[in-house]
Design a protein around this ligand. Structure first.
Ligand code: HEC
Length: 289
């Protein structure tokens, strides 16, 4: 029954990220793990020592840690273990990669090719979602104000809010009802919370866009349910506010342009996500034996 402030970011390719969390308050995966382990509304462990003690009395963990790190679970080795797993969540070889870097001229459909041309041209998405000459992280690993945070803080909230109840399944729930069962909504000022610089209000990290077709809902607050809604948001020029990034401008895209951009975004899905998901479920998760 506890709500969290922000939408969970994807972990695909997180090993390449130099800033972590939507506001970039951590810089290494090893240290980041302690955020969710201890957060009251996430895993709610009471302390670092409590987590380590718990692992130490669990035979299989104590032994495996000793085997791998030469010592048992500790603040450092727990971070290393989780970070190492996260770095294995690499997903590439998407149709886009095969087209852009693999010289496979059949990898993208015509609509996807038009979408790519818009992404790097008229729509200027690649100004922030970077495409390099040898690789594409699809993020500049820095922070921008698109107006999403400003709208959340200053706008009139919709009477209903979309809540995800299972992967890909959303229901519309009355805001009043949510208010009755959850804590008051926390303020969210984005990067400002880390730097205390007024110009950083409502700036958020540019998310990498690989596998974006699989990771709805979108934006730091999950306020946009579909990729089409995201592209339409950019087409309107974001949400006006005093620190809106100058790169966010009305785009004057046609309906076909919008559909082509959405098609392109779905060509960023890697070829191994089924494997990564199956692998994640392969480890037994239970205290039973
Ligand atoms: C000024 C830099 C900038 C430009 C230009 C830009 N984006 Fe973004 N994009 C961002 C930031 C920052 C966010 C995160 C906003 C948030 O979390 O509130 C984002 C979020 C997104 C998301 C949601 C990602 C997720 O995991 O939730 C998608 C999809 C996206 N952008 C696609 C595009 C497309 C398509 C274009 C071009 C039409 C574009 N972006 C142009 C900076 C930019």
């Amino acid at each position: 029954g506890r709500s969290v402030k922000r939408n969970s970011p994807t972990l695909y390719n997180v090993g390449y990220s130099t800033v972590l969390f939507h506001d970039g308050r951590e810089s290494t995966l090893e240290q980041q793990v302690w955020g969710p382990l201890l957060a009251h509304n996430e895993m709610a462990n009471p302390s670092i020592g409590y987590v380590i003690d718990k692992l130490n009395v669990t035979d299989d963990y104590a032994e495996q840690f000793a085997k791998v790190f030469g010592k048992g679970p500790s603040m450092e080795t727990l971070g290393m273990a989780l970070a190492s797993y996260e770095r294995s969540l690499v997903s590439g070889n998407s149709p886009f990669d095969r087209w852009q870097y693999g010289n496979d001229k059949r990898a993208l459909t015509e609509a996807e090719q038009r979408g790519l041309a818009l992404f790097t041209g008229k729509a200027n998405c690649s100004a922030c979602h970077t495409i390099g000459s040898h690789d594409a992280l699809l993020t500049d690993n820095t922070f921008h104000n698109t107006g999403i945070g400003y709208l959340e803080a200053m706008g009139t909230p919709d009477a209903k809010r979309k809540i995800q109840v299972a992967p890909g399944i959303f229901i519309d729930v009355d805001r009043d009802l949510i208010a009755q069962v959850s804590e008051a909504k926390a303020n969210d000022l984005g990067r400002y919370e880390v730097t205390q610089n007024p110009e950083d209000r409502w700036k958020y990290k540019t998310p990498a866009l690989r596998n974006i077709g699989l990771t709805a809902p979108y934006m730091h607050n999950g306020s946009l349910a579909t990729l089409k809604a995201v592209v339409e948001f950019y087409n309107r020029g974001g949400i006006a506010n005093e620190n809106l990034d100058p790169l966010i401008q009305p785009l004057k895209l046609s309906d076909q342009d919008i559909n082509d951009l959405v098609s392109f975004l779905t060509s960023l899905t890697g070829d191994n996500t089924d494997e990564l998901v199956a692998d994640a479920f392969a480890a037994p998760v239970s205290d039973a034996d």
